[in-house]
Design a protein. Structure first.
Length: 277
């Protein structure tokens, strides 16, 4: 594909077609000319802020697209949820949630950078809707990642290795509290969200314990469990009521592959004031 020399010039500037977007991304990532890269970056920023961004992002996530193109589509979703949420009609919220969940499942086999960005986008969406519209996002997320019958749409990716879906769910549950921590929120809203997330800690704790204790869980899954726990500790969850999970982390010290992560998680957990109660 031959990209236009200057995607920010002339009438093409507002013509945010998938073809033009791919051309600009090609320039941004692969064109050695720094002037072309600068034009492409500015034009792509305008594209992300446009009203059409809610539509073109899905086309960029197609399975036939380059990882860089898919990543831009996922990043555009996150940016729009963060900064242009009010421009999305409320009757499209449920559709967006289902599409995001479906794409997270589809990208559970990678590329990892696209999967993570989609998870962050869904986390940002959840924070917009908790608790009035979406009262139990964690429970719903866990339920959505349970093994599905082959009736679901896009079945080519639905029958993947269950471990990949497990890792994708853990990634989603890891970035949810991280997105909360990094969000700019008024204090009353922050307190409301913190309370809502802490209220779902029981679901997270139970799942993490099960995965950490299971002999069927791979080292990769157990490492992700430890990182997920560290992430939730930052939300001041009641670890004093979940001391068994912290004890399970000590058990992970016996695995050389998990030792460093387990130490980091234990230190993070016992440093939390709630653990001293």
């Amino acid at each position: 594909m031959e990209p236009p020399a200057h995607p920010g010039d002339g009438p093409v500037e507002l013509d945010f077609t998938v073809e033009n977007l791919e051309s600009a991304l090609y320039q941004l990532y692969f064109d050695p000319d720094m002037e072309h890269k600068t034009f492409a970056q500015k034009w792509l920023n305008r594209a992300q802020a446009s009203a059409r961004a809610w539509q073109f992002c899905w086309a960029l996530l197609g399975p036939d697209k380059l990882p860089e193109v898919q990543f831009f589509g996922a990043t555009t979703l996150h940016i729009n949820i963060l900064h242009h949420w009010s421009s999305l009609p409320t009757d499209q919220h449920e559709s967006l949630r289902m599409q995001l969940l479906a794409h997270i499942l589809r990208f559970s086999s990678g590329p990892k950078m696209v999967l993570t960005r989609l998870c962050v986008a869904l986390a940002a969406m959840a924070l917009n809707l908790i608790p009035q519209v979406w009262s139990q996002p964690v429970a719903d997320m866990v339920r959505a990642f349970q093994p599905q019958e082959p009736e679901c749409e896009g079945g080519s990716g639905a029958a993947q290795d269950p471990q990949l879906h497990c890792l994708a769910l853990l990634e989603l549950l890891t970035v949810l509290p991280e997105e909360f921590q990094s969000s700019r929120l008024a204090q009353p809203r922050r307190s409301q969200l913190r309370e809502a997330l802490a209220g779902e800690w029981g679901v997270v704790c139970s799942m993490l314990r099960q995965l950490l204790q299971s002999q069927d869980s791979s080292i990769q899954v157990k490492e992700k469990v430890l990182r997920c726990l560290s992430s939730w500790v930052g939300v001041d969850v009641p670890l004093g009521e979940s001391h068994e999970l912290v004890q399970d982390c000590f058990g992970a010290l016996s695995k050389p592959e998990l030792f460093d992560t387990a130490v980091e998680t234990i230190v993070t957990a016992i440093s939390q004031p709630d653990c001293q109660r």
